[in-house]
Design a protein around this ligand. Structure first.
Ligand SMILES: Nc1ncnc2c1ncn2[C@@H]1O[C@H](COP(=O)(O)OP(=O)(O)O)[C@@H](O)[C@H]1O
Ligand SMILES: [Mg+2]
Length: 323
């Protein structure tokens, strides 16, 4: 077992065959890469679904290892916040003479949906002027935050959330490679827990697996601690909260929430969604609450005060519990 390298790097897929779940995007890509003078690309989809891995596989497929330093530029949105960076570094890279005739250059631009609109305009001009042997691969979670003139110059590939069995399978594969000793009596529960924490994000799943090992939580079978460290309520606290909700005791429910260390409102909301069926609520009210939860999640993502939103949600649930 090795803990010195992050497992997300160690187990990053090295070929298309290792990319799981994304058969639509990958099959299209296999064909696409054969087209002469292929356009630039956008990979869009949730975190931890294989976008960066796929982009790196493509670059390494076209470039020789010794040319990777000179012909591959990996940038993050935060690098591009300064417009002069885009102007200088990117322009230089794009315009540099090529070492070898005919060899391609790749620019992988991560989090490109976080690039401010004005900088995207500058980027667009660079993309337009770039020579045919420079290929841009833009990675993003939300393609609607990328300006149309860029989208229209790219082929778009959609990455989807990984299914539970794929996540669990990959985590078990890593556990086996690392020769982890997982007691058979908790194995099932442990991998279910990792999937729950991952929320479909394999990176999160792998990181939680590695963290559980490095903190020796696995040896002590301490699944509750894994939940807590990952920003979720442990089983007992969650159960206390369910009891308080059943009693329609808002103050107590709120107090329980306040005791949570490293509170993460979005994780909390996901856990609440899971326990809704345990509460006495009419099915049609459950639907209303779910849609309200969607609204709250959106508000929080837009910067609304977490405390107020969580209180509003607890109150909304309490109102709908049958006495
Ligand atoms: N579809 C996938 N198939 C195999 N491994 C994956 C996949 N998606 C993510 N991973 C794993 O999760 C880690 C993060 O993946 P990455 O490609 O960086 O995701 P993204 O760029 O979409 O956030 C990788 O190191 C890899 O081990
Ligand atoms: Mg990525």
């Amino acid at each position: 077992m090795s803990l010195d390298i992050p497992w997300v790097e160690k187990y990053r897929p090295k070929s298309f065959d290792e990319i799981v779940s994304q058969s639509i995007a990958i099959n299209r890509l296999r064909e696409f890469l054969k087209t002469p003078n292929m356009p630039h690309m956008i990979f869009t989809g949730p975190a931890g679904t294989g976008k960066t891995s796929t982009a790196l596989i493509i670059a390494k497929n076209f470039l020789e290892t010794k040319d990777l330093d000179t012909n591959l530029l990996e940038l993050n949105a935060s690098d591009t916040v300064r417009i002069d960076f885009v102007r200088n570094v990117l322009k230089n890279f794009v315009n540099q003479n090529l070492i070898k005739n005919g060899s391609l250059k790749f620019v992988i631009l991560d989090e490109s949906d976080n690039i401010p609109g004005q900088v995207q305009q500058a980027l667009r001009r660079i993309i337009e002027k770039a020579s045919y042997n420079v290929k841009f691969i833009l990675l993003c979670n939300y393609i609607n935050r990328i300006i149309d003139p860029i989208i229209s110059r790219c082929a778009v590939f959609r990455f989807v959330n990984l299914a539970k069995e794929n996540i669990v399978e990959r985590l078990k594969f890593i556990a086996e490679k690392e020769k982890l000793k997982i007691a058979p009596e908790i194995s099932e529960e442990f991998f279910n827990l990792l999937f729950f924490i991952s929320g479909g994000d394999l990176r999160k799943g792998i990181n939680t697996l590695q963290m559980s090992v490095s903190l020796e939580l696995l040896e002590n079978l301490d699944l509750d601690e894994i939940l807590k460290i990952s920003g979720f309520l442990d089983k007992k606290t969650l159960n206390d909260l369910i009891q308080a909700l059943k009693k329609k005791d808002f103050i107590e429910a709120r107090e329980i929430v306040d005791t949570i260390e490293s509170f993460d409102s979005r994780n909390f909301i996901r856990q609440l969604l899971e326990v809704l069926p345990q509460l006495k609520i009419e099915p049609e009210k459950i639907i209303e609450i779910r849609s309200y939860i969607g609204e709250i999640d959106y508000r929080i993502s837009q910067g609304a005060d977490e405390n107020i939103q969580v209180s509003a949600l607890l109150a909304n649930i309490l109102e709908n519990i049958k006495s």
